[in-house]
Design a protein around this ligand. Structure first.
Ligand code: GAR
Length: 237
């Protein structure tokens, strides 16, 4: 019998994946306990789901933080003390170092990420599970969760069969491309966009008569099976 792993969860919305994980923990079909649910958005349904299951919740309001950075500008004193822009730029090869917008992106996200880390690191946690969390993490955040070199500790679910269709609208991109098969992927987070090592995937057929709504429904049903199975794979490692 594997000892239960402690998982933290982050969401942005409805939280149907969170619900599947809550149910799997409760039924004992996975050896895991959820120690918190955090959200980047206040008032979302996923927070209610967590509260109903007696899970600690918190919100770090990204929209408010980024809006305030935009309105006031970002002074050095606003940044986390251990923030090093050059180091983060070097690691996150996605951004052009001379681009001011990219610099604003990394600085404003690091301010939000510091607040998230202050909440998250108060818990004893083995794995951080992104269950419909719609924000990208910078290396500032990732390095403070993945503290053992080579050991990934942040898991994400993506609504497409990676490496096809990374980005924010996996099912939409799959549907509009005219794919006859869609799917979902659970992977670890690295510095790239949806590029980290794949843990598991599930596929489904797309009929010629299927609408985008059908594709999303079929995909979510697969996600609810896949995510708990991948968490269990981590627990069994
Ligand atoms: C899911 O389809 C998940 O794959 C996707 O958001 C949805 C969340 O649904 N995640 C991403 O696109 C991450 N980039 P849920 O809130 O009902 O679990």
């Amino acid at each position: 019998m594997t000892a239960d792993i402690k998982i933290g969860t982050l969401i942005s919305g409805g939280g149907t994946n969170l619900q599947a994980i809550i149910d799997a923990c409760k039924e004992g079909s996975i050896s895991a306990d959820i120690v918190f649910t955090g959200s980047d958005t206040p008032g979302v349904r996923g927070l209610e789901r967590a509260q109903t299951a007696d899970i600690d919740t918190f919100v770090v309001d990204y929209k408010q933080i980024i809006g305030s950075c935009r309105a006031k500008g970002i002074a050095d004193a606003d940044l986390p003390e251990d923030f090093n822009l050059a180091e983060i730029m070097e690691k996150q090869k996605l951004v052009d170092p001379s681009d001011e917008q990219a610099q604003f992106f990394l600085k404003s996200r690091a301010i939000a990420e510091k607040q998230l880390l202050d909440r998250i690191l108060a818990y004893d946690m083995d794995l951080l599970v992104l269950a419909g969390f719609m924000r990208m993490f910078t290396p500032y955040f990732i390095d403070r969760i993945n503290t053992v070199p080579g050991q990934y500790r942040i898991m994400n679910i993506h609504p497409a069969l990676l490496p096809a269709f990374p980005g924010t609208d996996g099912y939409g991109d799959t549907f509009r491309y005219g794919c006859k098969v869609g799917g979902c992927t659970v992977h670890f987070i690295d510095y790239g966009e949806d590029t980290g090592p794949i843990i598991g995937q599930k596929a489904f057929e797309i009929a010629d008569t299927d609408t985008l709504e059908d594709v999303k429904r079929k995909g979510l049903e697969k996600e609810w099976e896949l995510y708990p199975a991948c968490i269990q794979k981590f627990a069994d490692r």
